[in-house]
Design a protein around this ligand. Structure first.
Ligand code: PLP
Length: 390
């Protein structure tokens, strides 16, 4: 069965009411027929559920669908994307271990690597994502885990996943990919050689700005220690969020196709625009890694990053003149979102770190929504004209 079909049709067993839509199992615990049944459940000798911190039918369904989409065996759901990242690192690493990571990671992931893990004797080396020599020299026999995002946010740089996976496996390190920006619809890191895939389901997986959630998927052997850690320490996903996110996966394929079509069309329009000096989008032939993008992604994703003529003043003027996009601290929504990274999402970075991450005062990131492309272009056109008029 086609993966998209599975993400639509794959459903847990129905209850005696034969409901069409999956019911929500808002229960903290599950019951047994007898003391012997309870004993067998706790001994792992009987199939079923015990307690929703361990597992719940709604999270089981969500995990099954994500595993199908990502080509993985098993997974675990978490309260947020950060819980997925933190618990994966905490479960797999111990004092004395070494981690290598891309400098172009989500800020809170960098914070964990730079400020939390070192307190526990875990060292981290940060690498410029595009510098292959730096990756080669940083990954050593001591390296246990490598963490990347590709494409990156907001500069939309890529890393060659099969190439990096080989470097990791030469020293028995796990390659962990935060696949948040691509989604499994356009990139499946596991099939490209990565070991563990993480999602902030808050973004495109939900896709409608409603809930926080995280998912980690991988092989049975890689997921077991992460599942055991989360089961005991409690960063689990609520059944309600699992139910909602599982329903969201039924529309993920069509949503992502439309996000990508709209994003490519906007990127092409921006490329021709006299008030825009640079457009970053992986499926534009002008993208420096266009060939790699075509190899490991089936579409360019829903984010487009532009540099406009001028600086912060002009960027703010553009943002304030737009009538359709929303100014908010999220991405991956049905509704287009506009962000000025230098003054918001990436404002905690030093000036130098911002520049290294490709963030200028004139940089604006657009998370392209599902609105009519004609309406979006018209809105950007009227707003861009305001830059020229002052
Ligand atoms: N990973 C990436 C790439 C993100 O952009 C984010 C949030 O923006 C996260 C992880 C964290 O996810 P959450 O906000 O669900 O904790």
């Amino acid at each position: 069965m086609n993966k998209s079909t599975s993400s639509i049709r794959e459903q847990m067993a129905r209850t005696q009411y034969r409901e069409h839509s999956t019911p929500m199992f808002l229960t903290s615990s599950f019951t047994y027929d007898s003391a012997e049944h309870a004993q067998a459940m706790f001994a792992g000798e009987s199939e079923g559920y015990i307690y929703s911190r361990f597992s719940n039918p709604n999270s089981t369904e969500l995990i099954a669908k994500m595993c199908t989409l990502e080509g993985c065996d098993n997974g675990v759901t978490t309260a947020s994307g950060m819980a997925a990242i933190f618990n994966t690192l905490a479960a797999l690493l111990k004092a004395g271990d070494h981690v290598v990571a891309s400098k172009a990671l989500f800020g809170n992931s960098l914070y964990i690597l730079q400020h939390i893990l070192p307190q526990w004797g875990i060292k981290c080396t940060l690498v410029d994502i595009g510098n292959k020599d730096m990756w080669e020299s940083s990954i050593t026999e001591a390296t246990k885990l490598v963490l990347i995002e590709t494409p990156t946010n907001p500069s939309l740089e890529l890393i060659d996943i099969p190439w990096l996976a080989e470097r990791c496996h030469n020293v028995d390190a796990k390659l962990v990919v935060d696949n948040c920006f691509a989604t499994p619809i356009i990139q499946q890191p596991k099939t490209l050689g990565a070991d563990i895939i993480i999602h902030s389901a808050t973004k495109w997986i939900d896709g409608q700005g409603r809930v926080l959630g995280g998912i980690v998927v991988g092989s049975e052997a890689d997921i077991t220690p992460i599942y055991d850690f989360i089961r005991r320490t409690g960063a689990c996903m609520s059944p309600f969020h699992a139910w909602l996110l599982s329903k969201s996966l039924e529309t993920l394929d069509v949503r992502i196709q439309r996000h990508c079509e709209n994003a490519l069309a906007l990127a092409q329009y921006f490329e021709q625009h006299k008030y825009i000096t640079n457009v970053r989008y992986p499926f534009l032939s002008s993208h420096p890694q266009y060939d790699l993008a075509r190899q490991q992604m089936s579409a360019g994703g829903g984010l487009v990053t532009i540099d406009i003529q001028g600086g912060q003043e002009e960027a703010f003027r553009l943002i304030n003149a737009l009538t359709i996009p929303t100014i908010t601290a999220n991405l991956g929504d049905t509704r287009t979102i506009i962000t000025h990274p230098a003054s918001t999402t990436h404002s905690k970075l030093s000036r130098e770190a911002q520049q290294e991450a490709g963030i200028l005062d004139a940089t604006v990131r657009i998370s392209v929504g599902l609105e009519g492309i004609g309406d979006l272009k018209q809105d950007f056109e009227q707003a861009l004209q305001k830059i020229g008029k002052q």
